[in-house]
Ligand binder design. Sequence first.
Ligand SMILES: Nc1ncnc2c1ncn2[C@@H]1O[C@H](COP(=O)(O)OP(=O)(O)OP(=O)(O)O)[C@@H](O)[C@H]1O
Length: 328
Amino acid sequence: MTGTEKTPAAAEKTPAAAEKTPAGTGETPAGKGKAFSGPGRPGSGAPLLETRGCGKTFGGVIALRDVSTRVDAGEVTCVLGDNGAGKSTLIKILAGVHPPDSGEYLVDGAPARFTSPRDALDRGIATVYQDLAMIPLMSVWRNFFLGSEPSRGRGPFRRFDVARAKRTVREELRSMGIDIRDVDQPVGTLSGGERQSVAIARAVYFGARVLILDEPTSALGVKQAGVVLRYIAQARDRGLGVVFITHNPHHAYPIGDRFLLLNRGTSMGEYGKADVTRQEIVSLMAGGAELEQLAHELGRDEPGRDVTSRDEPGWDVTSQGGPGRAGT
Ligand SMILES: Nc1ncnc2c1ncn2[C@@H]1O[C@H](COP(=O)(O)OP(=O)(O)OP(=O)(O)O)[C@@H](O)[C@H]1O
């Protein structure tokens, strides 16, 4: 399988809610909600988002080297790697925080250049960071609309439409199967999984076409992680492309259509779901860590060094004969 092929599973998915306007009202509360439209829709062929040979250096540290990946509508691309693998650097490039030093990225098949996170958001690329940018003492519905409150009336009579805001949040959470009965309760009283779910629902509501999730399950127990994975599946089934960053192959495998493995800024391969087993992903990741340890022990772990190079004795999994290495 190559990195440009779709998995059969993804091809069958339909963007059930892709045409839906926020909360099914046809309204856009602050003019921000958008129907899913334009190129990059399922079946159009162009990935929603793609990187080609992206690299990034900070001072003397090579944070990312020649990394290519893509996310298609109705698919989940998992980016896996240990600490310092370059995951955050990759998502910051995709989210418009850092420009890449080399390579390019494309939106809907056309080269793009973001100068700020706003540019990425305007193209429907929303990033949910680990800290979620929520205010714990503020209610669920207020957090949901933070900075984009719905209003009624005009000019000096313009007022925050509280009833509509609450109704919209209730409907939106319900439509994603998120079971939070009281939208007046402070966000701080929700579980970690529920908070992640609200953040995902908020991004979906405000028109995200690509959802980048920065380690959404890393601080969660098994049950709560399962809750979040279910909402990621909901977003995917609505036709969004999801980039799911994680350390955990057991979280990635059930939900992923595509798996990009990073180690010290370097791609260890990109695999389609059909071409790799969960155990192979676990082994690939463990192998990367072992090699890193070996390099450290040998005193050869200068920053950015590619410890996955093919000349390492006994390292076979990233060789051309590895399990369906995408793009080879
Ligand atoms: N702004 C920066 N300035 C200097 N070095 C940086 C910066 N951002 C990242 N790095 C370095 O780049 C490398 C990759 O970091 P990155 O944060 O992308 O990895 P990561 O996979 O997200 O790790 P973690 O899971 O620990 O967050 C690391 O060596 C890191 O120290």
